[in-house]
Design a protein around this ligand. Structure first.
Ligand code: NAD
Length: 248
């Protein structure tokens, strides 16, 4: 129970990687506040945690909305006390050639991923600064490291998250707080399945991976759980990429 006495906020905790992270951190002893724009799925994750004997609460919020984020963090604090762990996993997918990429789609992609990461980190940071301890993990993507066709908006947001994470790591490292990015390859979640990637492209991508399979949400949750553990206190400003060896 390496996370006993810790309170973790997980955005996008209603589905996929965020849900797997929430369940895993709870199994390691953390109280978990699940934040998602989808109320039913956030509630379902929190209920799964409490049914397994863990501590959890859920809140509905759009992470791109500063007022909603502040309210969600206040509700989380009221339920389980100061937040010392933050995992930013809320995200959306989308493919579009740049010539067809309209401004609203661009703004929403940057808004959910990059603005959302900034807003959530800013909201929980006072608890971590007061405690002299904190763990922040931001979900980037292999696309944020190497790009990808029809992914200018997504890749830009995910690359921005890496820059944000490195800057934050330098700023708050002396205060006992680490910040790291996790950049997964293709992970078998509702996002991947609903993204419109043709099966043939996915199959090709798996053929190019030394491990020969898609990743699972648990593969990523295991990496996140280590980064937020006390054991990872000397690891900050890093980009850990669970990608089956598809990108080295
Ligand atoms: P998912 O669609 O299964 O889950 C994402 C969750 O985020 C959903 O519950 C959704 O409701 C929530 N969400 C979306 N927009 C939100 C908003 N504005 N405010 C609050 N909640 C919001 O996706 P996933 O595959 O678990 O992805 C999680 C993260 O991992 C994302 O940031 C994604 O970009 C990143 N990622 C995923 C993959 C992959 O292949 N699945 C690969 C690399 C990176």
């Amino acid at each position: 129970m390496v996370l006993a006495e810790r309170h973790a906020l997980v955005t996008g905790g209603g589905s996929g990687i965020g849900r797997a992270v929430a369940l895993r951190l709870a199994a390691l002893g953390a109280a978990v506040s699940v934040v998602d724009r989808d109320a039913a799925s956030a509630t379902a994750t929190a209920e799964a945690i409490t049914a397994a004997g863990g501590r959890a609460a859920s809140t509905t919020a759009d992470v791109a909305d500063g007022t909603a984020v502040a309210a969600a963090v206040a509700a989380a604090r009221a339920a389980h006390g100061p937040l010392l762990v933050l995992v930013n996993s809320a995200g959306i997918a989308g493919f579009a050639p740049l010539v067809d990429l309209d401004e609203a789609t661009w703004d929403r992609m940057i808004g959910v991923h990059l603005r959302g990461t900034y807003l959530c980190a800013r909201a929980v940071l006072p608890d971590m600064l007061a405690a002299g301890y904190g763990r922040i993990v931001n979900l980037s993507s292999v696309a944020g490291v190497r790009g990808g066709p029809q992914l200018c908006h997504y890749a830009a947001a995910k690359a921005g998250i890496i820059g944000f994470t490195k800057a934050l790591a330098q700023e708050v490292g002396p205060r006992g707080i680490t910040a790291n990015a996790v950049a997964p390859g293709p992970i078998d979640t509702p996002m991947l399945r609903g993204s419109g990637i043709p099966d043939a492209v996915l199959e090709q991508s798996v053929r190019n991976m030394p491990v020969g399979r898609l990743g699972t949400a648990d593969d990523v949750a295991a990496a996140v759980a280590w980064l937020v553990s006390p054991d990872a206190g000397f690891v900050t400003g890093q980009v850990l990429s669970p990608n089956g060896g598809g990108y080295m």
